[in-house]
Design a protein around this ligand. Structure first.
Ligand SMILES: Nc1ncnc2c1ncn2[C@@H]1O[C@H](COP(=O)(O)OP(=O)(O)OP(=O)(O)O)[C@@H](O)[C@H]1O
Ligand SMILES: [Mg+2]
Length: 112
């Protein structure tokens, strides 16, 4: 099992969820976050000069999936979330040790 976490533009959420549903993902979490990337929230970075950081509002979407779904999910997230401009976001993949469905006690692959 893997957790796929992506940071996306809020405007891309609907497109992403539509595509993720098609893949048969059974659950996800969405969190509103503020953060910054390489440009530190600025449209431009000026040579060698340090500017204050500006936080950008993004959404974090987390999905725990079967390991063999990860590659396809990454493609789907990338296609749904890309504008080609800076700030399109990032995808992080984590290993998950254990999962339990509380209602039934089912574990791991059966629980996600
Ligand atoms: N290394 C990182 N660790 C954790 N979160 C990050 C990291 N880089 C970016 N983020 C999060 O992702 C958001 C979008 O990052 P962003 O797409 O601007 O990355 P970037 O590396 O600057 O790429 P680009 O040059 O395409 O803008 C940030 O606002 C921040 O919330
Ligand atoms: Mg950036």
């Amino acid at each position: 099992m893997k957790k796929v976490e992506c940071i996306i533009r809020p405007s891309k959420l609907e497109d992403l969820v539509v595509e993720v549903e098609k893949l048969g993902i059974n659950g996800l979490n969405i969190t509103q976050i503020a953060g910054y990337g390489k440009q530190k929230g600025k449209q431009e970075v000026y040579r060698g000069v340090e500017y204050e950081v500006k936080l950008k509002e993004k959404l974090k979407v987390e999905m725990v999936v079967q390991a063999d779904q990860v590659d396809e999910l990454i493609d789907i997230i990338t296609d749904a979330s890309r504008t080609g401009e800076v700030g399109d976001g990032k995808i992080f993949v984590y290993s998950i040790d254990q999962a339990v469905r509380i209602r039934t006690g089912e574990e791991d692959e059966k629980a996600v």
